[in-house]
Design a protein around this ligand. Structure first.
Ligand SMILES: Cc1cc2nc3c(=O)[nH]c(=O)nc-3n(C[C@H](O)[C@H](O)[C@H](O)COP(=O)(O)OP(=O)(O)OC[C@H]3O[C@@H](n4cnc5c(N)ncnc54)[C@H](O)[C@@H]3O)c2cc1C
Length: 234
């Protein structure tokens, strides 16, 4: 049987798997050995008072085998020879997630990015920080990964007006983020991890036949019969 429970624990208790299982057992008057495992659905920190508490909402597996969390799966198609192609301007989050969604739908994305790939971009940031020289196309705002790539990757939005946030969180996990971003109330990817995740996304996009063109700044649209049919780059 599976039971949904809410636990309020001290930070040291919440860090111990055995203690969490003991709490689950005691709150349901069970033998601890009957709890085969649990999945955390929500994790939040209450630091309003002197004593910090961890609030956990869990699904406990009682008297039945434990099943790991089911992660969302994605089917990326081979699009190299796809009839439909879409030009994406910019390899920021919007461009990368759009490219992945197009690939799921069998459409080939061609991404034009004015900056450099996420690794080469780091070298331009070092020059910026040490020598104060700004490369107008490769800096904290421009380049693969977009504006927040070299920040610490907090994912605090809970807006549901513009689509499914869980899909985005699951995509991040699919490409290497820690699973805990799926249940933490203030998920945080980490500056050191973001560039690797962005690189993994690019590898998947190109492996499926999508194209990346770096150092291609779009300067104009080509309009034919009132339709955008292409772009000009500078
Ligand atoms: C310093 C900083 C820290 C941030 N930290 C966080 C954070 O921790 N958590 C969080 O959720 N959000 C954070 N953000 C906000 C987040 O970065 C943005 O919400 C997000 O990047 C917007 O994504 P986007 O794809 O719409 O645009 P952008 O990220 O701006 O991406 C646009 C891309 O298009 C490229 N481009 C622009 N013009 C052209 C052109 N003419 N031709 C070709 N390519 C072009 C750019 O180089 C860029 O790669 C931060 C933003 C900044 C500036």
């Amino acid at each position: 049987m599976q039971k949904n429970l809410t636990l309020k624990l001290l930070p040291s208790e919440a860090a111990s798997d055995t203690t969490i299982k003991d709490y689950i057992a005691s709150s349901e008057v069970l033998n601890p050995s009957s709890v085969s495992g649990y999945i955390i659905n929500k994790h939040s920190i209450d630091a309003r008072g002197k004593q910090v508490w961890i609030n956990l909402s869990v699904t406990a597996f009682v008297n039945e085998p434990f099943h790991q969390r089911e992660l969302q799966s994605f089917t990326f198609q081979q699009v190299e020879k796809a009839e439909k192609k879409v030009i994406i301007i910019g390899a920021g989050p919007a461009g990368l997630f759009a490219a992945l969604q197009l690939i799921e739908k069998g459409i080939k994305p061609i991404i034009l990015e004015r900056g450099k790939d996420v690794r080469a971009r780091r070298r331009d940031l070092a020059i910026l920080n040490k020598q104060g020289e700004v490369n107008p196309d490769s800096n904290y705002c421009f380049g693969e990964g977009g504006a927040g790539t070299y920040s610490d990757g907090k994912l605090y939005t809970r807006s549901s007006k513009r689509g499914d946030i869980n899909r985005i969180l699951n995509l991040f996990v699919h490409f290497g983020a820690e699973e805990k971003i799926l249940y933490e109330s203030h998920p945080h990817i980490g500056t050191n991890k973001l560039p690797h995740i962005i690189t993994a996304m690019r590898h998947k996009i190109t492996e499926c036949g999508g194209e990346f063109l770096f150092e291609k700044k779009v300067t104009d649209f080509i309009i034919t019969n009132e339709k955008i049919t292409g772009v000009r780059t500078g």
